[in-house]
Design a protein around this ligand. Sequence first.
Ligand code: NAP
Length: 269
Amino acid sequence: MNKKKVFIYSNITEKSRLIEQDLRNKLVKSGLRVYEEFDPQETELILCVGGDGTLLRLMQDLNFPETPVVGINTGHLGFFQEVLPDKIDDMIYQYNQGHYTLQPFSTVTGIVKTDAGEFTHTGLNEIAVKGAPTFPVHLNVSINDSFIERFSGDGICVSTPAGSTAYNYSLGGSIVDPRLNVLQMAPIAPINSTAYRSFTSSILLPESDTLTIQPCLEYDDDVLSVVYDGGLTEYKNVREIKISLSQKKVNMVRFKGQHFWDKCKSKFL
Ligand code: NAP
């Protein structure tokens, strides 16, 4: 019989390293093969040891694999990370019995067009566009090439349903039930005065829509920061940034039917 190949991705805290070792021993004992390298064709399961931040880094490092991921939570919040370290034995048993479902999550893509070329970033939570730390940024925002608003403030955060409970939530955006596949644009500290005016609440767009963000050249043509799940790249001479939900989906393993809103209640209230 062909043994299933699994890959462990861990952060470097002492706690995670200890749990990773314990996990490795238990996986091997249960008949699974632990590989040192991730192979998108061969690896059947990824185990991610850490917090949500570790899962976000895994996605960036492994280029948003479709391979199912189990999150073992050694972090602080653990919104994505479902399994607690003391439930590892049960998790391995349930996995080997096939007692699980896969929860797909949409990702968001930003295509940055500059005078120097085109660059693509992907996020599981969000892509945010910001200006210089000390000045407001002025951005023209269009939906499907139809101009909507001139934004002035700290920036714009465009989140997936999975990211709705992260930065978006701190910005006053709505928590989105993962059964709704929508893109959410939340303003970051928008200025609202007789001089500058834009939407003060977040807006929700259907999955087929694309947002186009262009710097207002009459104000400045300075550096724009593109932030994707905490990663940052600064660009000069940006012509436009197109942001939409991506075709790429990632799959989290879910062992029992914990209701999404029960999780929101336990993590936030
Ligand atoms: P971090 O500063 O270590 O983490 C920020 C917090 O966000 C952590 O508690 C993390 O959970 C939690 N988190 C991440 N994704 C989440 C999600 N989908 N739902 C609920 N909570 C979530 O940085 P990080 O761990 O690398 O995370 C990067 C994320 O931080 C970005 O994607 C952005 O969403 C968020 N962020 C938030 C703010 C804000 O709220 N003002 C500002 C900047 C960035 P764990 O404790 O389990 O890691």
